[in-house]
Design a protein around this ligand. Sequence first.
Ligand code: SAH
Length: 464
Amino acid sequence: MRHFPIFLDLRGRRVVVAGGGDAALAKLRLILKSEAQVTVFATNPAPEIITWDGERKLRLVKRAFAPGDALCASLAYAANEDDAEDTRVAALARADGALVNVVDNLEASAFITPAIVDRDPVTVAIGTEGAAPVLARAIKADIEAALPPTLGLLARIGQGFRKAAEVLPMGRKRRDFWSEYYFNAGPEALATKGKLGVELALADLLIQHIDAAPTQGRVDLVGAGPGDPELLTLKARKLLDKADVVIHDRLVSSEILELIRREARLIDVGKKGFGASAKQEDICALMIEHAASGAHVVRLKSGDPGVYGRLDEEIDALEAAQITYAIVPGITAANAAAAHLGQSLTKRGRNGAVRFLTGHDVKGFAEHDWRNLAKPGEVAAIYMGTKGARFLQGRLLMHGAAPDTPITAVENASRPDARIIGSTLSRLPADLSAAGPDGPVILMLGLLPRAAEAAVPHLNEEFA
Ligand code: SAH
């Protein structure tokens, strides 16, 4: 992020604009929404600027920008739509100590102006670092449509009530009150009884919430899917919006963590391969501690919580502590990997069953039903299999698997940096170490990428 978004208090501050044409007008329409003292320097100002000057919305100085014109100004816009003139203005304004924006010149600008959705006091600013104004406009249109025009009024009334609402303890209780106001009680009162009705409704609502029984904590054991935030279930998405505390694994992608409510407390209990990790007992203790104090805890696990997720230990602990919980399934890595390969996990005439295996378990490398896995046409998704690749290879070959049995490794399935590493049983350890993956990898035994499969006719016959 090169441009850091902030909201600048412009009340009583100077903002200067050099230029009087379309570019200056576009910026002025935005700046005049603020409470800044605006001065425009233009030799040939557009009629609107002359009108605004007459209405005292700004001060017009009918000459070109000169040294000292930006003294004490917070912001200066060079909006002459003339490169040489704008460069001159920018240098002068910078020397005066103002932050300078040169219209349509990202490199020469110290700040840029975002697209704005205005529901004052709610303001949404959309920026693309100058990369995609079209995208910014499309997002703005979506947000304009999503935010009712009355939102600003509700927020202003709510603002006057913030002090009173402080009788509710901070955190969940206060949030529940505001959320009920903004999404139910407020809009309803405004529609039926107008502004005064909203104020009365707020007072009633506050009394109701003061009297309400304390909230019960709970834990949702939620699958975050393989990494792509669009592969979250709707249920998971909603829970991330509500949670007070989110306890997550290392493999939960940063894009998904971004979606968590800003006020939620985030606890990373990530475990990496054989490396250091938070102990399972500590994770259980954390969940219980927070839920017992009334928090809504989301225990966020990559993929599906019930696939190599140590779910049962967590459920046992929650039950023993008598904490309410629910399980929200997620898309497991095997699903995402198969989709990358353009393959299904089961296929008529090829494999009527598919197995999920782990490369290692508590005792080290995991033993499996190698004899059956070694048969042609078998399909298995091997989790945590890279470290044990040589062991796996040895066991399968020993039980008669063909050396050219396909194994395709999928790294970072469903993520932007996904990678397919094609291999066979005989080459697996070498291919994996050559590829040197650093993201999570799942090994798909018996599956080739769709295109590669078409190029190997004997495999089709063998599987037929
Ligand atoms: N509960 C998870 C699995 C946790 S075990 C699930 O259902 O997917 C962790 C292992 O899952 C990793 O070592 C890797 O083998 C696999 N894995 C998880 N996310 C993955 C991804 N995006 N791409 C490839 N493999 C992944």
